[in-house]
Ligand binder design. Structure first.
Ligand code: AMP
Ligand code: MG
Length: 432
């Protein structure tokens, strides 16, 4: 089975890595903008965020209980409670007004600042408070039932972050947890790398938009919708331009509209060999290369730098028309480009090694990205192909949660073999 070898050698075919490297050389983080913290979700920090004050800001109580001097309760026990005078109470948000003097205690709530003089907090359950309450006794005194260690149930100031330290580093992607840190530091707006605007154009005389009535020999445009959703999910701002018919005037009008973006995606019309109006129109707009990439699906691919307004050069990625090809090429080339513009690393999806539950055929020495469903069974990942693998089988993507990779030089992968899978979704298979 070496028949496929020759195509491996074809000098005009780029490997996925070569194509990606050539493309990604033209992308870098976009300018910064200031955003309200919640709206910055998914963006990356454009600068270090330093803590303007300690977190926790003051020593505070980790429990509801009594602030005491440790030495006052050293020999306390349930049979011989150590009784202290309760001289006050402090709730979260209040500043303690008294100090804890020998023989005294202050009732304290979680998060409240520790009064001076106190060296530990005794939780309610280690006192006779509930017994006193049940008896209807006043709480002017409290019995401590157990000794405590110095510092017990006290959260030191600065234990989380010290004033002046970097709480979140530049480049950090903002997740709900980073938003919590920012809010804790009193930060309402944050400087982040702005999101790329990604213009998306479907091309083809055969295309209809969903919502339009069906018509003989016509196909609904799915690519521009799938791409818009993928862009949004990866943190970009999709701008769908609709459909351009295969005529120069419409193509030029629509391409023109797309040049007001950070990246222009087109679908279809980039196959090698056949004459295509899309290619012609792109060529008139700037420098465009038409590639064949040693992958299946998504062999044809275009990359260009188009002449935008004000002399700006707008990167263009021309994706193949077949729906699965578009989606797989998006994963390999567009997603990393969007990540770079967002100030993130261009890294791909997480990979797992899975036991193959079917076969993957590689007829012509390209790298095959096979749609699979990965499940974890008895501690091992298992990958089952989702059915026919044609690049027009749209539901093969909908059923998949990963792309299994059959290398260029492997003509056949069989059931039981171990395969690398790029996970499109990650945590769905983790049982709760
Ligand atoms: P082409 O690259 O123009 O030869 O198109 C290849 C295949 O993809 C054809 O079957 C097209 O009908 C199909 N196709 C092109 N654009 C889209 C689209 N936006 N949505 C769904 N299928 C498409
Ligand atoms: Mg076409």
């Amino acid at each position: 089975m070496a028949a496929h070898q020759h195509s491996n050698m074809r000098p005009d075919m780029l490997s996925v890595e070569e194509a990606r490297t050539r493309m990604l050389a033209h992308f870098s983080p976009l300018e910064t903008e200031e955003r309200p913290i919640v709206e910055a979700l998914g963006q990356t920090l454009a600068e270090d965020v330093r803590a303007p004050f300690d977190l926790p800001t003051w020593r505070n109580s980790a429990m509801d209980g009594y602030a005491v001097r440790r030495e006052d309760v050293q020999d306390a026990s349930p049979s011989r409670p150590r009784v202290l005078r309760v001289i006050g109470q402090v709730a979260a948000g209040q500043e303690p007004r008294q100090r804890v003097t020998p023989g005294a205690a202050i009732r304290i709530m979680t998060g409240a600042p520790i009064p001076t003089g106190a060296t530990a907090v005794v939780p309610f359950e280690d006192t006779d408070e509930s017994a006193r309450q049940a008896r209807g006794d006043s709480l002017e005194a409290i019995g401590v039932l157990r000794p405590v260690e110095a510092g017990a149930n006290i959260r030191p100031a600065g234990e989380d972050v010290h004033a002046g330290d970097v709480a979140l580093p530049k480049g950090q992607a903002i997740r709900p947890w980073e938003i919590a840190v920012l809010a804790s530091l009193g930060v309402a707006r944050v400087k982040v790398v702005r999101r790329p605007v990604v213009a998306i154009l479907a091309t083809g005389d055969e295309l209809l938009s969903p919502g339009e009535p069906r018509s003989a020999a016509k196909t609904y445009d799915s690519n521009s919708y799938a791409l818009a959703a993928a862009v949004a999910r990866d943190g970009g701002i999709p701008r769908r331009l609709g459909i351009a018919r295969d005529n120069m005037q419409e193509l030029h009008t629509k391409l023109g509209e797309g040049l007001d973006s950070d990246l222009l995606l087109t679908s279809a019309g980039v196959s090698r060999g056949d004459y295509d109006m899309v290619k012609e129109a792109l060529r008139e707009r700037g420098e465009v290369s038409f590639w064949t990439v040693r992958m299946r699906p998504a062999k044809p691919l275009a990359f260009g730098l188009l002449d935008g307004p004000g002399g700006r050069r707008v990167p263009h990625i021309g994706l193949p028309g077949n729906p699965v090809s578009t989606m797989v090429a998006y994963e390999q080339f567009v997603r990393p480009a969007i990540r770079l513009m967002l100030g993130k690393a261009a890294q791909g999806r997480p990979r797992v090694r899975a036991v193959l539950e079917g076969t993957i055929q590689n007829v012509d020495g390209r790298r095959v990205y096979a749609r699979v469903r990965v499940v974890r069974r008895n501690g091992a990942y298992r990958a089952t192909p989702t059915g026919p693998q044609g690049s027009h089988i749209i539901t093969s993507m909908a059923k998949a949660n990963g792309l299994a990779i059959c290398p260029e030089d492997v003509p056949l992968m069989e059931k039981g073999q171990v395969v690398d899978v790029e996970m499109l979704d990650w945590n769905e298979e983790v049982e709760l």
